[in-house]
Design a protein around this ligand. Structure first.
Ligand code: NAD
Ligand code: IPM
Ligand code: MN
Length: 351
């Protein structure tokens, strides 16, 4: 029987509430399709930081290196500054393992009323491809003259030819396999210096994919179009910060930030990839058992696909769709009254 060795980092807040449902789903679908998982759990979190002074051990990445994949809940919680928790755990994994593609699909499921009139079920089904290791999230810069009148903060956005090219090639390839359309998020109207370079590289890589129809949109106008006409998108490629913002916006268009999944991919498979919901640790609802597990479960389905089980992955997304379309079992963020456990129970029933 095929066996996958998965690293489990539940992290903070609702991470510990949404990952167990994802594991139940993985085990159920594995049993049906004839493969299994072993999980190694790591307690790396803000709690660990408060106890031991670091988010993960110094050899943390080495402990993960040989895993088939990493499943992560969320990182960051009040009591530990975000820059400490994120630069201490989430970002080192993404960078250390060259997970330079952050794949974030979005669908309006049947049975969900999008807050937007223009977003009907079935019409909205697109993917944000987010550059995940450089761009605006650079390590170059800092805070100067703290506490003085001339205090300032600077950060250099870093766009490299190699880094932009590889994520664009991934996005064009994905568009070729999907609906054949690609939208590039930019801001190149003479203000931001890095994005005209991004645009040039988009035009260059497009020549290698004549079958893909592509366009570029300024990020501000694009944000408006996500709201006004989300059905027009197929694959949207964006820099690190733009992709971060667009994927939360897309999740909201589809009804809730609680449903959106993410795959942090190292497409060459030299390193393990990491799967995590788009949302964070949700301190405002943590501990109440009402977090929506769909983002985590859908992320687990993306992991199945990555591990070579596309049929099992489809079973999982079909089961998510079936609970939403055929029952009124849903968590409060989608207007229901179900707990995380009740939703997961119904999903396992339909699986
Ligand atoms: P958040 O995503 O945690 O929460 C935003 C809002 O969405 C909250 O009102 C929350 O209750 C709601 N929400 C999120 N997930 C939900 C779910 N599954 N079901 C129902 N409702 C859900 O974002 P935030 O409040 O900006 O950040 C909280 C902490 O999480 C911060 O420390 C932040 O840095 C961290 N964070 C981590 C990640 C990650 O690990 N990838 C992602 C985003 C934020
Ligand atoms: C995400 C999160 C992270 C990001 C934060 C927590 C650093 O918002 O995964 O979307 O911006 O990459
Ligand atoms: Mn985000």
């Amino acid at each position: 029987m095929t066996h996958h060795d998965i690293a489990l980092i539940t992290g903070d807040g609702i991470g510990a509430e949404v990952l167990p449902p994802a594991l139940q789903v993985l085990d159920a679908v594995g049993a049906r399709h004839g493969f299994g998982f072993s999980y190694t759990a790591y307690d790396w979190s803000c709690e660990r930081y408060l106890r031991e002074g670091s988010m993960m051990p110094a050899d943390g990445l080495d402990q993960l290196r040989d895993k088939d994949a990493i499943l992560l809940g969320a990182v960051g919680y009040p009591g530990v500054p975000d820059h400490v928790s994120l630069w201490g755990l989430l970002i080192p994994i993404r960078r250390g393992f060259r997970q330079y593609v952050n794949l974030r699909p979005i669908r309006v499921f049947e049975g969900i009323d999008s807050p937007l009139r223009a977003a009907a079920p079935g019409d909205v089904d697109f993917v944000v491809v987010r550059e995940n290791v450089e761009g605006e999230y650079s390590e170059i810069g800092g805070r100067l003259n703290r506490g003085f009148p001339d205090e300032m903060a600077v950060q250099e956005a870093v766009f490299t030819r190699a880094g932009v090219t590889r994520v664009l090639d991934y996005a064009f390839g994905l568009a070729a396999r999907r609906g054949g359309r690609l939208t590039s998020a930019t801001k190149s109207n003479g203000i931001v210096h890095t994005l005209p370079f991004w645009d040039e590289l988009v035009a260059e890589r497009a020549r290698h994919r004549p079958e893909v129809a592509w366009e570029q949109e300024h990020i501000d106008a694009l944000a408006a179009k996500f709201v006004l006409d989300p059905a027009r998108f197929d694959v949207v490629v964006a820099s690190n910060l733009f992709g971060d913002i667009l994927s939360d916006l897309a999740a909201a268009v589809a009804g809730s930030i609680g449903i959106a999944p993410a795959a942090n991919l190292n497409p060459e498979r030299r390193f393990p990839s990491m799967f995590e919901p788009v949302h964070g640790s949700a301190p405002d609802i943590a501990g109440r058992g009402i977090a929506n597990p769909v983002g985590a479960i859908w992320s687990a389905a993306m992991m199945l696909d990555h591990l070579g089980h596309p049929d099992a992955a489809h079973d999982v997304t079909d089961a998510i769709a079936a609970v939403l379309a055929k029952t009124d079992v849903r968590t409060p963020d989608l207007g229901g009254t179900a707990t995380t456990a009740e939703f997961t129970g119904k999903l396992l029933e339909l699986l």
